[in-house]
Design a protein around this ligand. Structure first.
Ligand code: PLP
Length: 618
């Protein structure tokens, strides 16, 4: 409940529900029902589930929160949100944002020519803003000027002074007055992972003297009237509200002075930064946030109003480029667990062979004498004797079975110590991480690199939990490993009850029953940043729309990459690879390794794999 913003909860059957209020009805849909329906349609695990309603919810909430803040403070202008396409470029997502957002004139932010082409072909509402960030060449500018011709509020935000001459030249050639913005390099620094996006060394934005040059150049070109927007972006996922307020106040000082220079500014663009509380901790920790959406909006609107009122400058349209907070909630990565590796002894004998190695005797003694008061001593013994056996094994002085017995005793001692720790008054420092050392490894049917790249690249925490069996105690401590054969392909940081911890409580697997986990809040950045490590491709994607009566439609189903697809991404051609394999198989026939019928079977299996899923198929 801490991180779900009310959109997910557990029902009395122990299932995770998506909870929504639709037309005044409280609707609860178990994610497991969606999984079952998808499987019946042939869409298996792993699967990215998109809940369209949650996109609408977030756009609605953002616009309403700004409208409320504007109303409450008596602010004399309105809000215009834009969604940064880079945060989730998937066609279905952008189309839904454009359609639902139309009633709020919610626009799009484009950071490249490709993204601008998405924006001008998807948006129909010309009152919505299109904000062009990123380095812009002539072609980019030409496209943006065409958008102006069609009546769109399309702004070129100058990231560097070098873009200005191209804008001036192209707009004069085409006879179109552009809308121009300037991106500021603010000195305000922020907390969080993206703190380097602001401050003097930020790689984006204009310094103050560059800004002055831009104003002078525009005036010389008789285009100062085109300078209408002031932009800044302090960084994504800003956990601390104080930083946001400080940044807005600094930007407003620039705003006033640029107006006093004669530019008819009318828009202030705050960039992104509105955080998502992935941990549910409500702190200014990197993965959290110490403010609510309402506080965010009120603080911004108040700060702009108060600063501009003091200089008698008219209130601008407030633009924000919230990406993460708009789309994170709407996607859940659902996956099955394939296997578990437990760090437990396989077998502890009743009594040892009298001829056995003496170190095993030492291990057995430590195991049998273990009490809450001597945990440290027994732990030391376990380490010492196991090390002795390992050394003897390395020198060929004890055999494999003796080493296996030593390993079993070692694990038995550590597991018993773990069970005794709650009775231990002062837990020795060395033993504090015992739970992690002994955590089970749950093998998930995913690639972290493809589906949760930020978990690998920047230690991003995503809430992960089973989507069923939640009326049973999750008695195992676990970490999650993925399907890639990369040691980094694991998750060992979890949000649990508003804290970050290194293990996740999970249920033991039960016979052949399947066990499903969900990684939540993955709608922002993950799909686009994912890569093909070990050639695990895109997962299946299922989009649903939930209705007021609790039913839901599968509005879109996109099959994940086949093996043939991922091979073609790295320049192999399925036909050619098939021909090559056919030649190898023919060589096998010629040399008598296989017969012609076996070759036919081989070719048919090879062909079936080319059109198969890249993930583990049961
Ligand atoms: N605008 C700009 C210029 C950005 O660079 C970013 C991301 O860093 C965003 C908007 C989106 O930020 P967020 O996802 O934090 O809302």
């Amino acid at each position: 409940r801490e991180w779900s913003a009310g959109y997910f909860d557990v029902n009395q059957d122990g299932l995770v529900n998506c909870n929504l209020s639709i037309d005044g009805n409280k609707v609860e849909v178990p994610l497991l029902d969606i999984v079952q329906g998808s499987r019946e349609r042939g869409m298996d695990m792993p699967m990215l589930l998109r809940i369209e309603n949650l996109l609408d919810e977030r756009i609605g909430k953002l616009n309403q929160a700004f409208a409320h803040a504007i109303d409450k403070t008596g602010y004399q202008n309105h809000y215009r949100g834009v969604f940064p396409i880079k945060v989730n470029q998937q066609c279905h997502v952008i189309e839904e944002i454009a359609n639902f957002g139309e009633k709020y004139h919610h626009g799009l932010e484009a950071g490249s020519k490709a993204e601008l082409m998405i924006a001008i072909s998807t948006l129909e509402d010309t009152q919505a803003c299109i904000i062009c960030n990123g380095y812009k060449d002539e072609e980019f500018i030409t496209l943006g000027l065409h958008a102006r011709q069609l009546g769109y509020q399309c702004f070129f935000v100058l990231e560097t002074p070098a873009e200005l001459p191209i804008i001036i030249k192209r707009s004069q050639e085409m006879g179109i007055r552009p809308l121009i913005g300037v991106r500021l390099k603010l000195s305000s620094k922020v907390d969080g992972y993206w703190k380097d996006d602001s401050g003097d060394r930020s790689i984006f934005g204009l310094s103050t003297s560059q800004l002055v040059d831009v104003i002078d150049d525009l005036r010389r070109a008789d285009m100062l009237d085109c300078l209408q927007l002031l932009h800044f972006h302090l960084g994504s996922q800003i956990p601390n509200i104080r930083n946001i307020r400080t940044g807005v106040l600094e930007a407003c000082r620039y705003y006033i002075d640029i107006v006093q220079e004669g530019a008819p500014l009318g828009y202030i663009d705050l960039g992104g930064g509105l955080a998502v509380d992935y941990e549910g901790a409500r702190t200014n920790d990197t993965h959290s946030m110490n403010y609510s959406l309402d506080e965010y909006c009120i603080d911004i609107v108040e700060a702009i109003k108060e600063t501009l009122d003091s200089a008698d400058v008219a209130h601008p349209v407030i633009v924000s480029e919230s990406g993460r907070a708009t789309v994170a909630y709407s996607s859940v990565l659902l996956f099955n667990i394939l296997d578990v590796n437990r760090f437990e002894p396989k077998f502890i004998p009743e009594s040892l062979d009298p001829e056995c190695d003496e170190n095993l005797v030492g291990l057995e003694a430590a195991y049998k004498s273990l009490k809450p008061r001597n945990v440290q001593e027994c732990y030391n013994d376990a380490i010492y004797y196991r090390e002795q056996v390992r050394t003897l094994f390395a020198r060929g002085l004890v055999n494999l079975r003796t080493l296996a017995q030593a390993e079993d005793f070692y694990l038995a001692i550590l597991n018993r110590i773990k069970a005794l720790l709650p009775q231990v008054k002062r837990i020795p420092q060395e033993l504090e991480s015992l739970s992690e050392q002994l955590a089970d490894i749950y093998y998930g049917n995913i690639s972290i690199f493809q589906s949760l790249p930020d978990a690998w690249a920047i230690d991003q925490i995503f809430p992960i939990m089973p989507i069923h069996r939640l009326n049973e105690a999750p008695v195992r401590d676990a970490i999650i490993a993925d399907q890639t054969c990369d040691c980094d392909g694991k998750i060992n940081k979890f949000a649990v009850n508003g804290n970050t911890q290194n293990t996740l409580p999970l249920h033991p697997l039960s016979g052949d029953d399947e066990y499903f986990l969900g990684a939540f809040l993955v709608g922002a950045y993950q799909e686009t940043l994912g890569d093909l490590h070990n050639l695990f491709g895109d997962t299946n994607v299922v989009s649903v729309r939930i209705h007021a009566d609790g039913s839901f439609d599968y509005v879109d189903e996109i099959e994940g990459d086949t093996i043939g697809d991922v091979l073609s991404y790295v320049e192999y051609y399925p036909k050619q690879i098939m021909d090559n394999f056919r030649r190898n198989a023919e060589r096998g026939v010629r040399s008598g390794l296989i017969n012609a019928a076996q070759r036919r079977q081989m070719m048919s299996d090879f062909n079936a794999s080319l059109s198969g899923y890249t993930y583990y198929e049961k």
